[in-house]
Design a protein around this ligand. Structure first.
Ligand SMILES: [Fe+2]
Length: 212
């Protein structure tokens, strides 16, 4: 009888132990990529969880903007062919005067002109925003900063979105561009609604150091 009781206790504890093993959270395997990314952690300041992001975002101030932009494209896997769904793209830029003006909750150099997008099943993204101005008293093009967050990898920056007709997008700028994620120089075309449209496809990890 005692033996049977001991066996039963052993079985119970064995089951519990197995259950505990199975219920342990999977170890987080985040791969570090890129070579540092000042301010990229702002991707986690998304007002909604990543799962709830849409592949289209409209940034604050778009409706009232004098120069409206619609920027879209497809994000591809590193092979440059396969669309990449579920990729978070965080963007931020200056206002029409070249400042990262704030409205309260933004951290670091980030202003209120920012947005979060997650690619759809076709790898597509799109955002609407106003055209930023260059920094005052500087010789750097007006730009939109993009940050990429892939599942299982640390966030990393890619080449800024800049504009082909910007006087600071000169030979020197073009020559020194690293083209991370692919080239970032946009050619704008005005559509029937008076919105300036441009397309930029991105390739994950392209020209990004330490990408794996
Ligand atoms: Fe900037």
């Amino acid at each position: 009888m005692k033996t049977i009781f001991s066996l039963a206790v052993l079985l119970i504890f064995t089951n519990l132990a197995c259950g505990q093993t199975e219920n342990k959270p999977a170890k987080e395997t985040t791969i570090t990529v890129g070579d540092g990314c000042e301010g990229c952690e702002a991707v986690y300041e998304s007002p909604v969880p990543f799962e709830e992001l849409s592949h289209i975002d409209t940034l604050p101030g778009f409706e009232a903007a004098e120069t409206k932009l619609e920027i879209s494209g497809v994000i591809y896997q590193p092979d440059g062919i396969t669309p990449a769904p579920g990729i978070v793209l965080y963007i931020y830029h200056t206002d029409q005067n070249g400042y990262y003006s704030k409205r309260g909750s933004e951290t670091g150099r980030h202003g209120y002109l920012r947005g979060w997008i997650k690619t759809n099943d076709k790898g597509e993204y799109k955002f609407y925003t106003l055209r930023p101005a260059p920094y005052p008293n500087a010789s750097f093009p007006a730009h939109i900063h993009p940050t990429i967050k892939e599942p299982g990898k640390t966030e990393y920056w890619i080449e800024d979105f800049v504009f082909d007709d910007d006087k600071f997008v000169n030979d020197s700028y073009r020559k020194n561009a690293e083209n991370r994620g692919g080239g970032g120089i946009l050619t704008l075309e005005k559509n029937e609604y008076g919105i300036y449209t441009a397309r930029r496809d991105l390739v994950l990890g392209k020209n990004v150091p330490n990408y794996k």
